[in-house]
Design a protein around this ligand. Sequence first.
Ligand SMILES: Nc1ncnc2c1ncn2[C@@H]1O[C@H](COP(=O)(O)OP(=O)(O)O)[C@@H](O)[C@H]1O
Ligand SMILES: [Mg+2]
Length: 379
Amino acid sequence: MDDKLNVWIICGGRSAEHDVSLESARSIASALDRRKYDVHFITITREGKWVGCPALEASAASALKGPEQGRNVSSSPPSPVWDGLRGLVGKASFPGIEKAPVDGDGRMVVFPVLHGPYGEDGTIQGLLEMLDIPYVGSGVLGSALAMDKAKAKEVLFHKGIPVPRWVSFKPGNGERHNGRIPEIVATVIGYPCFVKPANLGSSIGITKVKRPEELEEAIRLARRYDTKILIEEAIDGREIECSVLGNDHPMASVPGEIVPAEEFYDYDAKYADPGTELIVPAELSEEHVERVRHLAIRAFRVLECCCMARVDVFIEKGTGRIIVNELNTIPGFTEVSMYPKLWEASGMPYSQLLDRLIELGLERHEERKGLAVDRDESP
Ligand SMILES: Nc1ncnc2c1ncn2[C@@H]1O[C@H](COP(=O)(O)OP(=O)(O)O)[C@@H](O)[C@H]1O
Ligand SMILES: [Mg+2]
């Protein structure tokens, strides 16, 4: 029996960021050390079906070199919905779901590589908690809080962490703000402003609004993706990102800078525009580097994240103020993504970073397993 750890990568997902997730998953799969891990894939289709994904497995296999080539990549044919899930619940006793033991000695960890709703937002984390399966990344609360840009801002603001001025509302549900939004934006937020769906990523559904007459259309676009909308003041500043890693004692990487060629860091700038520059490490004063890293760790703790998150901030022109934009609990993991790049620049190569993330996921699971589940109060 081999003693490799089974790593289940779950990717795709019911999200507008489906394709980005597949890219991230491919790149993680090809960097995982096959001497330590057996790698398996589950792809969640846009419709929400769970399937085995031979295409990803093949591309991961071709990324392997030498005697390891293809050997440890499971070659299950395209499988019906429950195949992947049955593998996952092999250890759990769920009436009605047939058990299917995983390969090897059954030790396993799930690496959810899902961006956006139904994956980065606490939903899959909740499922894995219920199944008592260790996984990489933040738990239910941290994932859900960081995903909801409005809730995250509320909590960060409450703890004294600078965030842009914002207003959030649900268009058309009769909330207090409704009908008054143009007035609130004009008086409290100001123009230009950013209109966003509360829960998404990759800049999908986001508009930079420069004039009041563009507001309605921007809200309509954001509303396509979420029932809750956020409008925030535009910060005129540099976009700085910092990678955080750890559970109880998180560490921060060197910061990096994004310089989009376009007006802001929109979907094309992120994934298509060769003009977008990622500067690693960012050219900042030592004082700013330390302040960014310190603030990134504070924000990570305040939102109860663990394992990993990429913390994105602005450094405001003129004032030098550091303002938190958002935290991504499952950041991009493609070849060119900031999260692993920043760790590389901080002295931790990609495959070592993956080892550490897996370790952190296992550690947290172990720790929670030790918690009491009865009312016996003797120590
Ligand atoms: N308040 C803001 N001020 C200035 N630029 C912003 C602001 N909010 C968003 N942006 C721009 O829009 C991009 C995407 O917004 P963000 O909130 O990070 O959403 P996503 O989760 O899709 O990455 C940012 O990287 C930045 O370029
Ligand atoms: Mg962002």
